[in-house]
Design a protein around this ligand. Structure first.
Ligand code: NAD
Length: 358
């Protein structure tokens, strides 16, 4: 793998490999772009087959964070860490503290957060060694309600764009995945008066939990979720669920939920949705609520949930702006979101060329 070639092609700033002998810690941090501010992104612990796969993943994830932060209007850049290891074996205080020491060596150019297989407890250990970590339990805590809150307002914006009326109670919904974010999203939709909601799940405990909590929400088998004749499909489980197999089956007008990397192939499947006149809420815009929430931990006055949740509602207006850009540029909504992000990064980068004493 030619790492410098990839770095030049996509504009990565920094790639750092680290190893701690005593704990077996092995990982990579990638800082993609810091034009807007310090890079922020979670740490993923995964048993990668080899270094190359881990590097590809950290590259892809760090770049995604740049777009996500830029679209969310945050003064943050994009970064990410991957730790190569078996999550059943390597978790522990010393392991995460060793990682925290490496985060500290980056001097605040990279701020870490939870991701797959790293939780609030891991962040607590990391925080013992570095000042550059968010989503620790005493502060903003679990980001899932915030992510779902953002998706709810993103769905409202999408209803407005598609039907000219964002009264959530008038429409029907299919929610794929009722884990942390799906559960909260269903709750927000019900609170707003939605009458017809379907959900699917593969975990029996979660199916029972939703049936008990929301008896009017109807369960459908996992594969049947794509065929439902409803207005909105909300993916809240896996990535790549919008693909060659599922697009022809969809009867919805809107796709928007909390899941990451929803389009199996961004360009191809973004265009295929557009061709079918299905409005796609770009995943890294509609699911940025969790990121906006943790960013409030960095505020001088400290974390304030009410302020954070108010700012998350801005996802509504941001999406309307991106839908307008897509129309003006005859682009897919995913492309339009990237145009929006790049424009903001370039503009803010340029004003920094003008020195001020601050
Ligand atoms: P979660 O693990 O709590 O929930 C996902 C649920 O989907 C689980 O209950 C799982 O059983 C179910 N599921 C898996 N495969 C399924 C299938 N084929 N059909 C139906 N259900 C299936 O995860 P989460 O925190 O709710 O996150 C969901 C998605 O949102 C992920 O893609 C995640 O990366 C993304 N996301 C989450 C956050 C957050 O704050 N938690 C933030 C941004 C993005």
């Amino acid at each position: 793998m030619k790492k410098f070639e990839d770095m030049e092609k996509h504009g990565y700033e920094q790639l750092v490999f680290f190893h701690d002998e005593s704990t077996g810690l092995k990982g990579i941090t990638c800082i993609h772009n810091t034009a807007l501010g310090p890079s922020l992104g979670g740490t993923r612990l995964w048993p990668y087959e080899n270094e190359e796969k881990a590097t590809l993943d950290v590259f892809r994830l760090a770049r995604g964070m740049t777009y996500k932060a830029a679209c969310a209007g945050l003064n943050l850049g994009g970064g990410k860490s991957v730790l190569i290891g078996d999550p059943e074996k390597v978790k522990g205080e010393a392991y995460f503290r060793a990682f925290g020491r490496y985060v500290q060596t980056l001097g605040g150019r990279y701020i870490t957060a939870p991701d797959v297989n790293t939780d609030a407890k891991a962040m607590k250990y990391i925080n013992m060694e570095t000042d550059h970590v968010v989503a620790i339990p005493e502060k903003s805590g679990n980001p899932s309600p915030a992510t779902a809150w953002g998706a709810f307002h993103g769905i409202r914006a999408s209803l407005q764009e598609k039907y000219g009326d964002d009264d959530v109670s008038k429409y029907s919904y299919a929610v794929q995945g009722a884990g942390q974010t799906g559960d909260y999203l269903i709750g927000y939709l019900l609170d707003a008066g939605a009458q017809r909601i379907y959900f699917t799940e593969i975990n029996d405990n979660h199916i029972q939990k939703i049936r008990k909590k929301y008896p009017d929400v109807e369960f459908v088998e996992p594969d049947d979720i794509y065929d439902l004749d409803v207005d909105v499909f909300a993916p809240c489980a896996l990535g790549a669920v919008i693909n060659d197999d599922t697009i022809p089956r969809l009867k919805v007008d809107i796709v928007g939920g909390t899941a990451n990397n929803v389009l199996e192939e961004e360009d191809k499947h973004g265009a295929a949705l557009q061709k079918r006149d299905i409005l796609y809420a770009p995943d890294f815009v509609i699911n940025a609520g969790g990121l906006i929430n943790v960013s409030h931990e960095l505020a001088k006055e400290g974390y304030n949930r009410e302020k954070a949740f108010n700012e998350i509602q801005g996802i509504h207006d941001r999406l309307l702006e991106i839908y307008r850009l897509a129309r003006e540029n005859q682009a897919t909504t995913q492309e339009a979101a990237k145009i929006f992000a790049r424009k903001r990064i370039d503009e803010i980068d340029k004003i920094h060329a003008n020195y001020i004493n601050r």
